[in-house]
Design a binder for this molecule. Structure first.
Ligand code: AMP
Ligand code: ZN
Length: 283
């Protein structure tokens, strides 16, 4: 396939996902969470190109040179593409740098670095999406991420952890929770990279320098290896998961979502994970 055909094919794949799973309508105000990487930048670019009403949000994680370059890139990208960009610094939002939080919390709990960072990012992103009255929140998650997460959750012996995965969050209907969508859900990471390179997006291709999940890394490598023998392996894992997900969702009790007794944000527990993390720092 030549480059032109690849670009067209890639765009159509994303368009089909949006249509098939009814991820968004032209009435939606979509906030795209962008890290400065290829996946979220591609998500933002295509949603804008397809004519959706999009704005972007970037959290400056204040992780040295890496964060500075990401910030520069997202500013440049949004300026070029005339997209309104909301920037928030992690220190203004939680009072500390992300590396500080991770080092303190890791010593006191068993949480992994990526888990801590993910909880904090999701909390801030949801709050900001609500504040700017976004009706959808888009992220750059791709097929590789999803296949790895399905396997990781099964390995933890808890398929219920996967309940809110899928191209769109389905079980949480709450005025404080903005629906999350993943337009690149069926796109392979290597194809996103190729698309982003062909489009010459100003992005960093290195992974976050701070975090390293050994299990995810092993699963990623194994799936990449197995994919050489079975090119559909990642699609099969994800499609199989989507086929059983309605059953998992049915089992979920409707009353599971409550409000955190500390901050009032939607939570599955009395105290939300964000407040548990912050509590460990203040102790
Ligand atoms: P990750 O957990 O790093 O795989 O990121 C998942 C998604 O979260 C990305 O595809 C982005 O949409 C979003 N994201 C990650 N980092 C940031 C950031 N610093 N600011 C805004 N959104 C982010
Ligand atoms: Zn809370």
């Amino acid at each position: 396939m030549n480059d032109k055909a690849f670009i067209l094919n890639f765009k159509n794949q994303v368009k089909n996902t949006i249509q098939k799973y009814k991820l968004a309508s032209k009435k939606d105000k979509i906030l795209v969470a962008i890290s400065g990487g290829k996946d979220s930048t591609t998500t933002l670019y295509l949603l804008k190109k397809f004519g959706y009403n999009v704005e972007a949000l970037h959290i400056d994680l204040l992780m040295g040179k890496w964060s500075k370059q990401n910030l520069k890139n997202v500013k440049e990208f949004c300026k070029t593409n005339k997209i309104k960009l909301h920037i928030f610094s992690i220190r203004d939002e939680i009072g500390y740098s992300i590396c500080y939080v991770k080092s303190v919390v890791q010593q006191k709990t068993k949480l992994r670095q990526c888990t801590i960072c993910g909880i904090i990012r999701r909390n801030i992103i949801n709050k900001k999406a609500r504040e700017i009255r976004a009706t959808k929140l888009a992220t750059g998650h791709n097929l590789d991420d999803e296949a790895q997460t399905v396997i990781m959750n099964w390995m933890k012996g808890n398929p219920q952890l996967s309940i809110n995965m899928g191209p769109v969050t389905g079980t949480i209907h709450d005025k404080k929770f903005v629906t999350r969508i993943k337009p690149l859900y069926f796109c392979r990471e290597k194809d996103i990279r190729k698309y982003s390179e062909l489009m010459k997006f100003p992005v960093l291709y290195q992974r976050c320098p701070c975090v390293f999940s050994a299990t995810r890394h092993e699963i990623r490598n194994k799936l990449d290896e197995l994919e050489k023998k079975n090119p559909n392996i990642k699609d099969n894992i994800v499609k199989n998961f989507l086929a059983i997900q309605p059953r998992l969702r049915k089992q979920e009790s409707k009353g599971n979502l409550i409000y955190c007794d500390v901050c009032g944000e939607p939570s599955r527990n009395k105290t939300c994970n964000m407040c548990k993390i912050m509590g460990n720092i203040k102790k």
